[in-house]
Design a protein around this ligand. Sequence first.
Ligand code: ASP
Length: 436
Amino acid sequence: MANSRMLKGWRRYRSVPIIYRIGAAFVLGSLAGLTIGEPMLALQPLGDLFVRLLSMIVVPIVIFTLLMGVRHLTPSSLGRVGGQVVGLYVVTSAIAVGIGLAVANAINPGQGLTLVEAEIDTQQTPSFTEVFLGIVPENPINAMASGDILAVLFFVLVFGLALAMLQEESENARVQNGVETFFDVAEAGSEALFKIVWGIMEYGVLGVFVLMAAVFAEAGISALSTFALLAATLILGVALHISIVYLGAIIALLTQQSPISFLAGIKEAMVTALSIASSSATLPISMSNAEDNLRVDEGIYGFSLPLGATINMDGTGMYQGIVAVFAANLVGVSLTLTEQITVVTIAVLASIGTAGVPSAGLILLTLVLTQLGLPLEVVGFIAGIDPLLDRLRTMTNVTGDLAVTTLVAHWNGAVDFDDGVWASSESGPAGVPGDD
Ligand code: ASP
């Protein structure tokens, strides 16, 4: 009896679309963190488990999905798609930094605050030659083992293209079969991993609750009130960038689709990014949203999303611009136009060379501030609020990857706008794919 009641309760719980459950966990977790405070930190391992589960499947999902997508690509079509993806990533990032600077100049965060000495943990940002050479793995297995996404992408692309060429050219039936098997394994593997993604999301309800509780318990109201203006500047910048550039220009104007449908299609990825502050670990969810909801071909998203998680960081770039103005205000100087242009250049280039992991943007700041001759202590000063701001940056980064992916897929006839979230007038497919 009790058993059947429990089963019924569980069924009813599961019949609520996962995104609503995660959304509720997000809000309740944040409230629990603010009200209960420190004791919530004890639950942190339960939240870390969620991030670990997602991280566990990043490398395999990138490999399988890309391999499966490369099947229908030729080097020239890959070159075209690659050029469009990278071009759009750079342009949108530059616009984001510009918006960040404009909003910061208008709001002027940092005025009236006094810089307190704080410890800074500077880290060496890799040089551009290092980043460039790093794309080619010395040992592909090592790259996979260490989760070096750019290097994995490079190897899998080259290998996949060679397989596809072999399939066209070889007259040996065994080789033909072998190639076919590779692609079939990749297809089955990626489908299996997408199933795992949804299992992880089920756990994510608890994971997100705990992560949000921990972050608010740690940062708390005091950080929020001290840095309210800084946070407000970022929130405004992010809102403008998402609505003007992604929803307005990319989705409504260039892709001619409904921004609401787009948002409905990527909501799981956005909430996950907000909860875990890592675009790399959000990759499995972004890929799954691109596949199931946005109906983009894996030939495009299998390449553009992992690449975006590493090189495209509009939110992070924008943050560099905002903090540059913030730091200048703290010490009572103002940035010249040339300095602002320097910020755009460094922020775009530096965000390319940094992986999408928590606090990456904070480390990048040391580079931007050094270039401008502004005090590095600012980094330590704002470190308390960074875990909160990081989430907004990450959400913007992930949204940008998905917007650019949709546009490039549209340009290349690789998205089905009659299906998935585009076809339904409501807020997208309810529930979990494969749910019963
Ligand atoms: N956490 C961000 C990301 O993963 C990077 C940042 O710190 O801005 O995209």
